[in-house]
Design a protein around this ligand. Sequence first.
Ligand code: ADP
Length: 534
Amino acid sequence: MITYYSISAAINIIISVVLAVVVFWSGNTKINRSFVYFSLSVALWSVGYFFWQISSYQQEALFWTRFLMMGAILIPATYAHFVFSFLNIYEKKKKILFVSYVVTVFFEVFVFSNLIVKNVSPILGFDFWPVPGYLFHPFLFLWIIYTAYVTYILFKKYLLYVNSEKTQIKYLLLGLSMGFLGGATNYFLWYNIPIPPVGNAFVALYVIFIFYAIVKHSLFDIKVIIAEALVFSLWIILSVKLIFLKSLSDILIESAVLILFIFFGVLLIRSVSREVKRREETEKLVNELKKANEKLKQVDEQKSEFISIASHQLRTPLTAIKGYTSMLIEGTYGEVSDKAKGIVSKIFQSSQRLVYIVNDMLDVSRIEEGRLKYTFEDVKINNLVKDVIGELKVNADFKKLKFNFSADSESLDVVISADYGKIRQAIINIIDNSIKYTEEGFVSVSLEISKNKNSLILNIKDSGIGMTKNQLKTIFEKFKRSKNAIKMHTEGSGLGLYVAKEMIKSNKGVIWATSDGLGKGSQFYIEFPIKKEK
Ligand code: ADP
């Protein structure tokens, strides 16, 4: 007879079998395996329950109640197995688990004797309710004690855990206790207490809650499991329907539908699991990248720190070299021959260049750490450039270059607001480059006012090695040096233009360069906004 009880048993079968298969397929871990045992025990119990409910003969009913007990006896041990694995305390509880499996085997040995189910007799509307045998009482006692004990352990962990694991355990606890309490309503009638097993449908609830824990809180692998569960449920429903069909044409049509569903189901599961895998891989990659990035940042910081320390150390001896050589040239230590003077001024120039490089290096690390401080004041660019020209004249003279500076009369007294030291360093870098990269000819510097009279433009023109269009694109980047420049000047750093550009930018100016090509000279332009009189 189809009743509430047989229907709830059928639902329990479907749900626990589907869940067991799905979890089995989704991964071969300890937790998954133990869950499969537990779910299959529930399925076994439900199968016995279903056939017992639809039995029409006493012997038939007796057989199925004993079959049902087979599942019921398995449940406490498999339940403990799952909970211990899930809480990662399997090793610690191994002995207890072993004992519970031994006890399980003991009861299973007698399951088809009359020691567990003696007989079936009518009670409270049931035609064939089981009558307990001698072993049923100790079994039920142990059943209750053991499930309560395991649930207590789960509850204790629930209080201990935090975050997502806590929520997982919460849903497990909810589902399991409802399932067990619902299932326990079966035991009243065994003792002639007139309460029917109304809680039977609650057994299916444990599945729903576990499912929720899976979906919302990734107990097992979420998406794949949902897809698999849906697909398997459809297959089972369609297959069950097939059994009840009578006419050949119906069977053919339904079989075709089933085949189609199997085909598309497999496709769906495969595509979902592929997507999940891809997502996992991406997550892994992102994490690796994050780590690599952190490391790079650290290395970069260490590098800047190293440069900063090294440059400080370099500056002191360089200042001494520069000081003594300039005194040598001036004759402070007696007459120096012209030949020696030439050599000494070479030493002077080289050490001065080294000072520029060291300053640039120090500034690069300061720029990168955001530590470069600017103090703005009124600066007469004309005077500043004249001063720089004075400083660099030795270098230009040494190479016998025509080195001149011309200023537009309007530009003479024009004032800009800038950090004097930084602007000076930037302009030195540009003009010194022109001297460095010009073998013969000229370096000419000119200052003029823009057509709209809003800004000052400093133009540095040379007849040197020039640059290609490609080189022009990257010269302002850090450590960028072109081959022809390296050939001519091996000891450059590739930092001068980068530092100059950063400094000019911070002083509200712009810098750009042009060249007609290799060997055709270069022009650098620096433009500053003129400070307006208030
Ligand atoms: P460095 O001079 O130490 O190499 P810079 O940052 O000052 O570094 O310059 C970067 C590059 O730009 C140089 O290596 C060179 O290739 C190019 N460059 C700069 N100024 C000139 C110039 N006046 N003529 C030709 N090339 C230049």
